[in-house]
Structure formats: structure tokens, C-alpha cells
Design a binder for this molecule. Structure first.
Ligand code: DPX
Ligand code: MG
Length: 568
């Protein structure tokens, strides 16, 4: 084979790299600027093309696929496609997921000839999309000559994998099929950057100093733990220390909930178990991959107030010292070797441990309530369940559930885009056909991305959608009410049947009572040929105590008056 094989193209190069980093499905919406590229991608035998209904959903499906697979790709057309896909790309940035956004772009001759092109702003500028992409990715590249494609494609993918952030690759329509050299070993792109040995050692020593003399250490786990691939090391550290382990809401499931050291979700006033009491009692707090934002701190009311040790994905900060290029798995692994056992916080927690709740079981004819839905969803959970919870009261209902060993939990708490759970669960389930994916989603959220259920129908993915119909944006009602929180009601079960058309096998069911929900869940459990949507109707005012409490504090944080600088 000659080094410059005429038959090998820029599109083939990208396809090969995607396959080599373990991507098996590529999410696409076609448009004339990306058609040749799509032909090249689908010609690669290791990639399966997954068409989506629109680019917002396409990017969110890729976001969900990256949660399961570790990396993903979304391929769209210029501007009309890419600007919608920026939303899922923003989510991937916020949620620390390497999503590769690829956009077709105008023919390379047009800019110089001052042509006005379709799907553009019409002002002759074709750089704006690339400029915008720079802000929401860790690396954006625009290929202008085929010769540059290998270097730029490799660079973007490498940055994304290392930083666990999205990247952007723009390929002009007349370059996707242009000939290109073949790629070298993939290790040059995927090779892991290990910790700086001196920084790792110094950080380890600093950790010993931080913990020395402390009597009540607690570990607080945040959502970046899984993104850094450090769950096993955290477990080793926790068991070596024997201390209490609390988890932030966005990290639910990243430390096993059936582990004796699991003390609950630390979420200020809406914590589970007695997690907040034990976190506030601690005199040393080892934060691992945590994110303290207005939501996770309940409108800044639950910011830990002792000096912290904060281990992030690639650096560690102590009171008074910072260490760069310390990778989380290596740091936690090292700490697990050096710490001493101190279970004081577990001894205390066992005194505080709340008794298990005796949940009220509704009679079959009882009108459905939020609590009864949660009780029945709890019974659906097993080791192979993956539960997606959507922004809305579903967050609070989902957080309260107990995850049995092996169950997975997905939440998009940093970005918080309503409608995320439908395309994201679809993307996720493509990677995990052996798992049972359940989605808890509100009526308002479902209306944002409902079309993507048709992809679950098309690819026969048996996702169970528990749609909680409380006739509006209840979480918004609790934060700030107004006429805008009312929405048009739909016949959701009938909508699903419309997606079936002549060849689909989705089920759309309605549950108004506890008994109807139990029957619907039994049908869903046996249904493998496509999704089952269960519309659960509840009273408009039936929402969780946690939502009301949290909404009150978040609303107060939003309403803080502007602070003016003092004029001297
Ligand atoms: C909005 C939210 O019906 O859930 O349980 O009734 O609240 P609940 P629904 O799905 O309603 C969701 C609604 C409108 N948030 O209450 S959380 C603002 C918002 C957002 N994302 C996007 N637009 C607006 N989070 C894309
Ligand atoms: Mg609602």
C-alpha cells in the first residue's frame, strides 16, 4: 500500500479514528454540507449510523451514548444543524463527556469568491460557527486543506479524550472525499497522560498532613469521579479509611448505595439519610470530583464551611497548596495505600442512621400519587437497571430511590436541559442493550424532545418511560409561578401509537390509579420490541417536600439584589 493511497479520504480518516477509539454508533442528521462525509462514515464496517429527528436530539443522544461508552460523535450540517447541536455539546462540556461534534461546512472556494450561501447568515462570513464552537469545546478545528486533516482530527480527538470535554471538527463539503494519508497508531491519540511523579508524591504528603490530627474525616463524592474513571480507587480509599462516604446528587450511584459506609446524598436541606448532619460534623472533608454549584448547594445554603481537600480530575487543592497534573485514579490509589483506618464518623453515623421508611402501599383503586409512582419504580429496580431522571420533580423523586447493587443512575444536573432524558437514554441504551433503561420524566420536559421516542421505536429499544403528568412546569411553580408554567395537555399514550405507524411496536399506556400503574409496569417488563410509555396522571399540587424546600432556597439565591461597589 502506498503511503498516499488515492482511495483513502479525509472522511475515511475520521471514520477510522472514531472506530479506533471505541465508537460503534455515530449519531447523524444529514444536510448537503455533510452528505459525502456521511457516506464515508457509513462505509466503515465498525460504525453504525443512527439517524435522529433533529440536531438538538442528535447531540443529546450522543451525550447519553458518551455516558455509557466513554466517547461519542454527532455529525450535523452547517449552521442550521450545528447551532442546534451546540446545546448537547454544551451539556457534554458541563457534564464532562468527550462528545465529538462534526459539522460539514461550505465548499472551500466559496469564501474567497464572496459567494452568499444557503444555511448561513448571508453576510459572506463562514467562520462564525467555528468561532462559536471554540467557546463550548476544549478544542475546535476547522479543516481548510485535506493535508491538514490528519493532524487536526487527531489533535481534537486527543484533547477531548484527555480533558473529558467535547471537541469540534469542521470539514468542508468538498474535502470529505478528498484523498488523505492513512493514520498511524491510535495510541498517539489515546495515550493517557500519567501524573507528574513529583506532584503526585507531594500531593500525597500534603494529604497526610491535612488528615493528621483530624478525628472526624468524611469523604464527599462528586460527579467528576466517574468521568475520571476513578470509582474503583475511591472504593479502595473508602475501605482503607473506614469513614463515612456521602455523595452529591449528581454523583448518585458512583459509590455503591448498598455499601455499609454509604451515608446518603449530601444535598443541604434536602439530603437523604443523615448525610448533611455527618458532613457538617466532620473536621476533615475529602472532596472527590465534587461540583459546588447553586443547585447542589441548595442556593448556596449548603457550602461546607471547613477547610477542604479537593481532589479533581487532574489536580488536587488543599488549604494553602495546589498540585497540578495529579490524575484522580492515581492519587486516590496512592492515598488508599497510605491512610490509616478511622471509622469515627461511621460510629457516629450508625447512631444517627434513620430507620428504614415503611412506605404506604396504595390500594389498587387509589388515585395515583407521586409517592406511589416512586414506590412502584423502586420495585422495578434491579442490578441491570439504568435509571434516567429528568430535570423537574423527577430529580427529587429519583434521588430518594435506593439503588440496588449494579443499578446505574444518570442525571444532567449541571446543564439541566429539560427534555435531555429522552434522546440521552436512547443513546445510552444503544450501547447497553443488556440493561433495562427506565426514564422518569415530566410532561413539560417530554414535550421538548418527544420526537426521539420514534428512534426508540425504529431501533426497537425497550426503554420504559414513566411520564409524570402534573399538567405543567411544577418545579418552576415552586421557584417562581406565573401563567407561563401552564402547558397544553397531550394524549401522550396516543402519541406513542402514532409513532408506530405500520411497522413499530411501542406501547402507550395510561395509569390513573395505583392498580393501573402496576398493570402497565407488568406489561412494560415483558415488552421487548420497543419502548413503553406509561402516562401517570397525578394531581397538579402533588410534588415532593424536597422540591418545595429546594425551590425556595434557589429562588432566594436568584432574587439577590445587585451588589453595588461602594463609591468613595
Ligand atoms: C423548566 C422546568 O413537567 O417537570 O416536575 O412538572 O417540574 P415538573 P416538567 O417536565 O417541567 C419542567 C419544568 C421549564 N425549566 O418545570 S424544570 C427551565 C428550562 C430548562 N431547560 C430548558 N428550558 C427551560 N431547565 C431547555
Ligand atoms: Mg410537569
Amino acid at each position: 500500500m502506498s503511503a498516499h493511497d488515492k482511495k483513502f479520504t479525509v472522511g475515511d480518516y475520521l471514520a477510522q479514528r472514531l472506530a479506533e477509539i471505541g465508537i460503534c454508533h455515530h449519531f447523524v442528521v444529514p444536510g448537503d454540507y455533510n452528505l459525502i462525509l456521511l457516506d464515508k462514515l457509513s462505509a466503515n464496517p465498525n460504525l453504525t449510523e443512527i439517524g435522529c429527528a433533529n440536531e438538538l436530539n442528535c447531540s443529546m443522544a450522543a451525550e447519553g451514548y458518551a455516558r455509557a461508552n466513554g466517547a461519542s460523535v454527532c455529525v450535523v450540517t452547517f449552521s442550521v444543524g450545528a447551532l442546534s447541536a451546540f446545546n448537547g455539546t454544551g451539556s457534554a462540556y458541563a457534564e464532562n463527556l468527550p462528545l465529538i461534534l462534526v459539522s460539514g461546512s461550505p465548499n472551500t472556494n466559496d469564501a474567497g469568491q464572496f459567494h452568499i450561501l444557503h444555511h448561513t447568515l448571508g453576510n459572506g462570513d463562514y467562520t462564525y460557527q467555528y468561532e462559536m464552537a471554540k467557546k463550548i469545546t476544549c478544542c475546535a478545528v476547522a479543516v481548510a486543506r485535506a493535508e491538514e486533516a490528519p493532524r487536526l482530527i487527531d489533535r481534537a480527538i486527543r484533547h477531548a479524550l484527555l480533558a473529558r470535554k467535547p471537541c469540534y471538527i469542521e470539514i468542508p463539503t468538498n474535502l470529505a472525499g478528498a484523498s488523505c494519508v492513512r493514520p498511524g497508531p491510535i495510541s498517539a491519540v489515546t495515550d493517557y497522560v500519567v501524573s507528574d511523579p513529583a506532584a503526585l508524591e507531594a500531593a500525597g504528603n500534603c494529604a497526610s498532613e491535612y488528615l493528621s490530627g483530624k478525628l472526624k474525616p468524611v469523604i464527599l463524592v462528586g460527579p467528576k469521579l466517574r468521568r475520571a474513571g476513578a470509582e474503583a480507587e475511591l472504593l479502595r480509599l473508602a475501605e482503607a479509611m473506614g469513614c463515612a462516604v456521602a455523595v452529591q446528587p449528581a454523583a448518585k450511584g458512583m459509590f455503591p448505595e448498598d455499601h455499609p459506609q454509604f451515608v446518603g446524598i449530601f444535598w443541604g436541606q434536602v439530603s437523604t439519610g443523615a448525610a448533611d448532619t455527618i458532613v457538617h460534623w466532620a473536621d476533615a472533608l475529602i472532596c472527590v470530583g465534587t461540583i459546588f454549584n447553586d443547585y447542589s448547594t441548595v442556593g448556596w445554603t449548603a457550602v461546607p464551611d471547613i477547610p477542604l481537600m479537593a481532589a479533581d480530575m487532574d489536580h488536587v487543592t488543599f488549604p494553602g497548596a495546589h498540585f497540578s497534573r495529579v490524575r484522580l485514579p492515581e492519587f486516590l490509589g496512592r492515598l488508599a495505600e497510605q491512610v490509616s483506618f478511622n471509622d469515627t464518623t461511621m460510629v457516629e453515623y450508625n447512631r444517627l442512621r434513620p430507620d428504614p421508611l415503611h412506605l404506604h402501599v396504595a390500594a389498587p383503586e387509589d388515585a395515583l400519587t407521586r409517592k406511589e409512582i416512586s414506590r412502584q419504580v423502586q420495585d422495578m429496580m434491579g442490578p441491570k437497571t439504568s435509571l434516567f431522571v429528568e430535570t423537574g420533580d423527577s430529580w427529587f423523586n429519583g434521588i430518594q430511590l435506593k439503588l440496588p447493587q449494579g443499578a446505574q443512575f444518570e442525571i444532567e444536573m449541571q446543564w439541566g436541559h429539560i427534555g435531555w432524558s429522552i434522546p440521552a437514554s436512547f443513546g445510552y441504551a444503544l450501547h447497553y442493550p443488556e440493561r433495562r433503561t427506565i426514564v422518569m420524566v415530566g410532561d413539560g420536559s417530554f414535550q421538548v424532545t418527544a420526537q426521539e421516542v420514534s428512534q426508540m421505536v425504529r431501533f426497537r429499544i425497550p426503554i420504559t418511560i414513566i411520564l409524570i403528568n402534573n399538567r405543567g412546569y411544577t418545579i418552576e411553580v415552586e421557584i417562581h409561578d406565573g401563567s407561563y408554567n401552564k402547558i397544553k395537555n397531550w394524549d401522550y399514550a396516543m402519541l406513542i401509537r402514532a409513532f408506530n405507524s405500520t411497522d413499530g411496536d411501542a406501547k402507550g399506556l395510561v395509569a390513573n390509579t395505583a392498580g393501573e400503574l402496576a398493570e402497565a409496569i407488568a406489561i412494560a417488563a415483558k415488552h421487548d420490541g420497543g419502548p413503553t410509555l406509561i402516562e401517570c396522571t397525578i394531581d397538579q399540587d402533588d410534588c415532593s417536600r424536597e422540591l418545595i424546600t429546594w425551590g425556595h432556597y434557589v429562588a432566594s439565591a436568584n432574587a439577590r439584589p445587585p451588589r453595588h461597589q461602594r463609591e468613595d
